[in-house]
Design a protein around this ligand. Structure first.
Ligand SMILES: [Zn+2]
Length: 251
């Protein structure tokens, strides 16, 4: 079993004893450990022929809503078939012991299913559906199981009749104001930021660790590989979320 690096154990202990807040920023690596592919499709999938950069944008939706909705229905199914891992579980447990703000770039619901309250889904959420035209939230159930290899006609808005879209942030769209403001507030006020499973390439979310640091926080990166954020972290732990995070509970 891996031990928490001493400097990180110290930082966590100091934060807890000092009554400081912890902010956790999670990214795709956490979901990947639960078996959710990091955006790109599997090789045998219909979707391997499509570039996610081309599908995840409003232009694609307008050109062929059934194609884009079919892709999202497939991704929703992958999430439903996946289970939260030990890392998700550990963060839920940690939040019961210390003041913790959870900010995620992930659009799945694995944190919630592990028992966490997510303070900010900065890139939106797959399951937060809303009308493409009028923005009205759609609460109705999804249609039946979709095998994930086909186009699917989108649901229709009960108010205006336009198509219902997934509540994720597409390329070219700005982040949802409320989630982003919450994330900035959490980064600004925390004493310790844990950056977990994110490559640190997608801005503005990738700017949160630097923001936390400017406001005096200690920044810890937990990721198996070096990332764009490693240089600005005070401490790095080369491990995965599922392996590392449960060890923090022993501190
Ligand atoms: Zn509508």
């Amino acid at each position: 079993m891996e031990r928490v690096p001493a400097a990180i154990a110290d930082a966590l202990q100091r934060t807890i004893e000092g009554g400081g807040r912890i902010c956790v920023l999670t990214g795709a690596g956490m979901s990947a450990e639960s078996g959710i592919p990091t955006f790109r499709g599997t090789h045998d999938s219909l979707w391997s022929r499509f570039d996610p950069m081309q599908l995840a944008r409003a232009e694609a939706w307008c050109a062929d809503p059934a194609l884009v909705w079919g892709w999202y229905r497939w991704r929703m199914q992958l999430v439903r078939d996946a289970q939260p891992n030990a890392g998700h579980q550990a963060l839920a447990d940690l939040a019961r012991r210390v003041p913790l703000a959870l900010v995620t770039q992930n659009v799945d619901d694995l944190h919630e299913r592990a028992g966490s309250t997510v303070d900010a889904h900065v890139h939106g959420s797959l399951f937060a559906l809303r009308c493409f035209a009028c923005g009205r939230t759609h609460h109705g159930p999804l249609d039946d199981y979709v095998d994930g290899q086909q186009k699917v006609a989108p649901l229709r808005c009960t108010a205006c009749g336009d198509a219902i879209r997934p509540g994720v942030v597409w390329f070219g769209e700005s982040l949802p104001d409320e989630a982003w403001n919450t994330a900035v507030d959490a980064a600004t006020r925390c004493a310790l930021m844990l950056v977990v499973g994110t490559s640190g390439l997608v801005y503005p979310a990738a700017g949160l660790p630097a923001l936390a640091r400017r406001h005096g926080a200690t920044v810890v990166e937990i990721n198996p590989e070096p990332t764009a954020l490693s240089a600005e972290a005070d401490h790095v732990w080369r491990s995965t979320a599922a392996q590392a995070l449960p060890q923090l509970l022993a501190v």
